[in-house]
Design a protein around this ligand. Sequence first.
Ligand code: ADP
Ligand code: GLC
Length: 468
Amino acid sequence: MKIVHISAECYPVAKVGGLADVVGALPKYQNMLGETSSVIMPFYDITFTKKNEFESIYEGNIVLDEESHPFKILKPVDFLLGFDLFLIDIPELLFKDYIYSFDDSNRFLAFQIAALDWILTLKEKPDTIHCHDHHTGLIPFMLQESFKYEALNKIPVVTTIHNAQYQGCFSHDKVNLIPKFDFTNVGLLDWNGTINPLASAIKCAWKVTTVSPSYMEELKSAANGLESLLSNEHEKCVGILNGIDTNVWNTETDTFITKQYSIASSIAGKKANKKELCDTFNLNIKKPLFAFIGRLVDEKGSDLFPEAFDIALKNNDISILLLGSGDHETENELEALKTKHKGNYNAYIGYDEKLSHNIYAGTDFLLMPSRVEPCGLNQMYSLRYGTIPIVRSIGGLKDTIVDITDNGFGFTHQHASVKDICIAIERATAFYKDDVNFKKTRKHIMNIDHSWDNSAKKYIELYKSLNN
Ligand code: ADP
Ligand code: GLC
């Protein structure tokens, strides 16, 4: 079966968060299962595209607002990802030194049109088109409604919602940018008076998936305004838990980390990684180390950290390390804490892939007090690296982490609150002192299988059910 994923991000080319990890791994695993799975994504002016060579395999023109824009389909010349990668280069619109900015509607609309224009020219058409998030949310509508894509309208299209908080809305004033369709169906684009790409995808895709079963349930009552739509469409919706790429996230081969380790050598391995991390960030290796990695946004509960960290550091003999960027006020407050808790707390405000691997490998506990967490990959990386996760029981966190008191291997809490975070840190600190069980749990979690094997199969079964 020929599957084409269309996405704004794909690791290692362009990554902001988990979307990139998923799109950089799922196609690889689908190919290992004998399918032919590829990725179409934008060509941005970023480090990866600057460092690698690409060749043009197709040249075309898209028309947007009566203006014609040339585009190319580029293929990497010499790096192998485990799937074919096609990058759409629209120099006048897409080729920027960032992935997202404030108003991306024209850029991503142009990307989606160019992707379909190119697919239209392919001799061998895909058997399934798999779209990811709102950046590709208008594809199901265009396939079904735009006259120029009539030849593609029998191709099943699946949309995965990675995060319903972001919907990509724009004004109906721009409706003419969408390739011509029967205007009596304009309602398929609309939600509450605006063009809403995510809502349109939910209406028009043949199947809608999201990235964990619990999040699918939660969306019925909390979907940033799309609750009733998702309830109406529930028959075509399914939650499939994300996996992780166990080749990239492998403590035995990870070239980012200071000391590679296996389950058997995990005690010494984690110690060496923790030492390096503590030396770098001026922390005491003897104290239990708690870390956070992620976007500093309300969804992740990061606004709670300045107060929670301050209290937890006063009440416990621990260290805390944070890696992330986002909300400027939170960034400033987290920076300010450095002076107050010098030697016990540190933060790197920014994005650093290598450092993230070193933190998963070197820290003892990982904090994820998310308000919303459709799946969350950090907790699964953390398990694989022998780091005990402390999570709010929500979405994918609820589906993957079982509390230690329920015969599990992590710490869970009910609320995204300063109080719950502090209580969880206290419980974990006490557990750290129980050296035998702490080390036993570490080894146990490294054994839990969250690779894409299972979920990649589930997606294939889903595509097959649409191709019958
Ligand atoms: P989300 O996609 O909502 O941000 P996920 O848990 O699905 O959350 O995935 C986050 C991914 O981004 C993980 O691979 C995590 O390690 C990575 N990440 C997040 N913030 C940073 C950062 N500041 N530096 C390096 N990696 C980061
Ligand atoms: C989104 C979600 C995150 C999920 C990721 C990959 O960014 O916020 O929970 O893990 O997508 O599906």
